[in-house]
Design a protein around this ligand. Structure first.
Ligand code: MN
Length: 719
């Protein structure tokens, strides 16, 4: 017995809740004994846990989980799903914990129960179409096992069947949610029979008057069709028999909600939707389908443009059938659906048809593979909508999005791993820039908290608050990242300008000047001369070390107001006491009074090279980066130099050379020893000297030592 066959004829009347005995015998018809035992065990556990609890109808609470399990048993779902259905409310509504459930029923069942419990905790608040769509996606994204959704749908079906016990406002709310959220999810998963029941019950609860009007009209129409419909079924059946095709022909039920939806969608009067015959033909093979199509078109004239081949091109949810509309008796349209029994199963139960338990299979993996395979095929056949399919039916795909609520109930979609700061920026850039704290599910949480599906996030802002540079290390959304980066860029610019102004004032001070004493537009003039946007830009460049403050200061002096074109002519005087802004190249270790040039190194200030340094060869390529420079008188500081000493391998030779260096008033900063062969080694000393004559004297002294073969001053290729 399939779910659909129990559904037909029983709608919309109520039914008695099934007992556990009835459920067990249903399970015994398709599940192995050990799986049935587990369900019995689950029932015992749930029965005890819910003892004393009653539903609003007055029935014992346990009747609800049994009914939910029964719906899933009609879909032939596996033992784990049935057990989870029986246990689905124990964690939420009783003292039982997830650990208890895991210990007694295993991880698989416990995870299913946990999934349903989590779904129950998110509340749909808004009624906009787009929000409903997002909410559906959120629910699907939250489950890692699609069976969780199946339990949830069955739960909703039973709650809808027993909705009459609820007060009217609550009834409408649940009905609205059913139509907006759960029926479309069932449809998305191809679970047609579940979808139909949810729609019929939701429609009835939400619009009782409209429901009654359509119900009455459908009854009337059915009376009119009584005369013709059996004849049509018989004609088609005989045509099949003559062609030797084994198939079933049956009249199709019209569902009230779909009639209502069609009226609204196509803006047609009720009669036009109702006065249609509906017939379905189910045959063994795909080939039979197309043959039956031909037979049907032979019996009744087809309406042009109404044939749809959903076998070749299935619907997004995997639905397959041939649809055609014929001119029936009395000129009434006759809608015919033709499909194989396999397609019929999928058409009724969708993904559940693939998840259902089959005798002899080894485990849930097999069912999962079947369902995945089906999804994949569907996705392939619907190339255009494959992405949509994959996005909305997550199955076991790891979702890469999280769905979150604002306190007002709006849904925000963010990348997985998103934090409160990402959320704040998603709400608005200003909210992000001024956020100081966050509440996640009404509890204060650090801003770096990683958010999970379904959480409600409230961002607390403060006037004057600023983004924290540390946020950049944990935000994941593009918007947050870009906003923080933009803010830091501006911040860096402001700071660099402040620093640049300070450096320039310091440099101007040497000439008894300051920025304030200069004419207003002087800085802008110099900036323009240097090819920069304005004075602020120039200050920023100074602060970042891309321009030298002393040099700019001299340009600002009144006597140089008639600046010659073609760049600076006055060489930069190096005193050796400039501090960090001036450094000496490690490649050539310039010493006074050797000829030098200055290189403007972005971020490092000025670097002094010897003018014969091999790295200065690049001079011509970047003329604006190089400045002529000279040593100022006698610089009062020590300079670095590097010498290489080739020595014979004798004990104590390193100590002797080092002692000689020290005796010549030089400090050794670093030494390196390398073998050159069996007999000789190279000692590389990094030393400090006063100037070139000092170094020359030192080299000559060392060269005169007994075990020293050669001494040379090093020049490195690396700057
Ligand atoms: Mn429930």
């Amino acid at each position: 017995m399939t779910y659909a066959s129990t559904l037909l004829g029983l709608l919309p009347g109520g039914r008695r809740a099934p007992g556990i005995g009835q459920l067990v015998s249903k399970l015994e018809s398709y599940l192995p004994p050990d799986q049935v035992d587990r369900v019995r065990d689950a029932h015992e556990y749930a029965e005890a846990a819910h003892r004393g609890q009653k539903r609003r109808s007055g029935e014992p609470y346990i009747t609800h989980p049994i009914a939910v399990a029964d719906i899933l048993a009609d879909l032939h779902m596996d033992g784990a799903t049935i057990a989870a259905a029986i246990l689905h409310d124990v964690v939420e509504d009783t003292g039982a914990s997830t650990e208890d459930v895991t210990e007694r029923f295993g991880r698989e069942v416990a995870e299913l129960v946990d999934g349903v419990t989590k779904l129950d905790q998110v509340q749909f608040k808004s009624r906009q179409e787009a929000q409903a769509e997002s909410f559906r996606k959120m629910l699907l994204a939250m489950v890692r096992d699609i069976r969780v959704i199946m339990v949830k749908l069955a739960d909703r079906v039973h709650n809808m069947r027993t909705l009459g016990a609820m007060p009217p406002p609550k009834r409408r709310l649940v009905a609205r949610e059913t139509l907006d959220i759960y029926a479309p999810i069932a449809n998305r998963l191809g679970m047609h029979s579940i979808k139909l029941e949810l729609e019929e019950l939701g429609f009835k609860a939400l619009y009782p008057k409209r429901y009654r009007v359509i119900e009455r009209e459908v009854k009337r129409a059915r009376g009119n069709q009584k005369e013709f419909l059996p004849k049509i079924v018989k004609n088609l059946g005989q045509a099949l028999e003559r062609a030797g095709i084994k198939g079933e022909v049956e009249a199709r039920e019209k569902h009230l909600f779909s009639i209502y939806a069609k009226m609204r969608r196509k803006r047609v009067p009720l009669e036009e939707v109702i006065d249609v015959f509906g017939v379905r033909v189910v045959v063994p093979t795909v080939d039979d389908c197309y043959r039956v199509l031909g037979l049907a078109h032979g019996l009744y004239r087809p309406m042009p443009g109404r044939f749809k081949d959903y076998i070749a091109i299935p619907r997004v949810n995997g639905y397959q059938s041939l649809h055609t509309t014929l001119f029936g008796p009395n000129g009434m349209p006759l809608e015919v659906q033709i499909r194989t029994s396999e397609m019929h199963e999928t058409a009724e139960d969708g993904i559940a048809a693939h998840w259902r338990y089959k005798a002899g299979e080894t485990g849930p993996g097999e069912r999962q593979d079947r369902a995945r395979e089906w999804l994949k095929n569907v996705a392939q056949l619907n190339e255009a909508s494959a992405e949509e399919m994959v996005e909305s039916v997550r199955l076991d795909l790891f979702p890469d999005k999280v769905y979150l609520f604002t306190p007002k109930g709006d849904i925000m979609r963010l990348p997985r791993g998103a934090t409160c700061v990402d959320f704040a920026y998603a709400v608005h850039t200003d909210v992000g820039n001024r956020c100081v704290a966050a509440k996640v599910d009404r509890r204060l949480a650090p801003l770096r908290t990683v958010l999970r599906n379904g959480q409600t996030v409230e961002i607390i802002t403060a006037r004057g608050a600023k983004p924290n540079p540390a946020w950049a290390s944990f935000v994941v959304s593009a918007k947050a990242r870009a906003s923080i980066r933009q803010y830091l860029r501006n911040l860096r610019r402001d700071e660099a300008q402040d620093l640049g102004a300070k450096m320039l004032n310091q440099a101007l001070d040497e000439f008894g000047l300051s920025l304030r004493k200069l004419p207003d537009d002087r800085l802008d003039q110099v900036a323009a001369y240097l090819g920069l946007r304005d004075g602020k830009d120039l200050l920023e460049k100074i602060g970042l070390g891309e321009r030298l403050a002393p040099l700019v200061a001299r340009r600002l002096l009144p006597r140089e107001s008639d600046m010659p074109p073609g760049g600076p002519q006055v060489p930069l005087a190096i005193t050796g006491t400039e501090g960090l802004v001036v450094s000496y190249a490690r490649c050539c270790h310039p010493l006074p009074p050797e000829p030098i040039v200055a290189y403007l190194s972005s971020g490092r200030g000025v670097v002094i090279h010897r003018d014969n340094c091999p790295n200065v060869a690049g001079f011509g390529k970047q003329p604006d980066k190089w400045l002529p420079a000279v040593w100022e008188k006698q610089p009062q500081r020590a300079f670095h130099a590097e010498i290489r000493v080739h020595v014979a391998n004798r004990v104590g030779v390193l100590a002797q050379v080092a002692a000689q260096i020290a005796a010549n008033e030089s400090n050794i900063e670093h030494v390196n020893v390398a073998d050159e062969g069996d007999d000789t080694s190279v000692l590389t000393f990094e030393i400090t000297v006063r100037d070139r004559p000092h170094l020359g004297h030192l080299i000559r002294t060392i060269r005169g030592m007994p075990d020293v073969l050669e001494v040379e001053r090093s020049v490195n290729r690396e700057p």
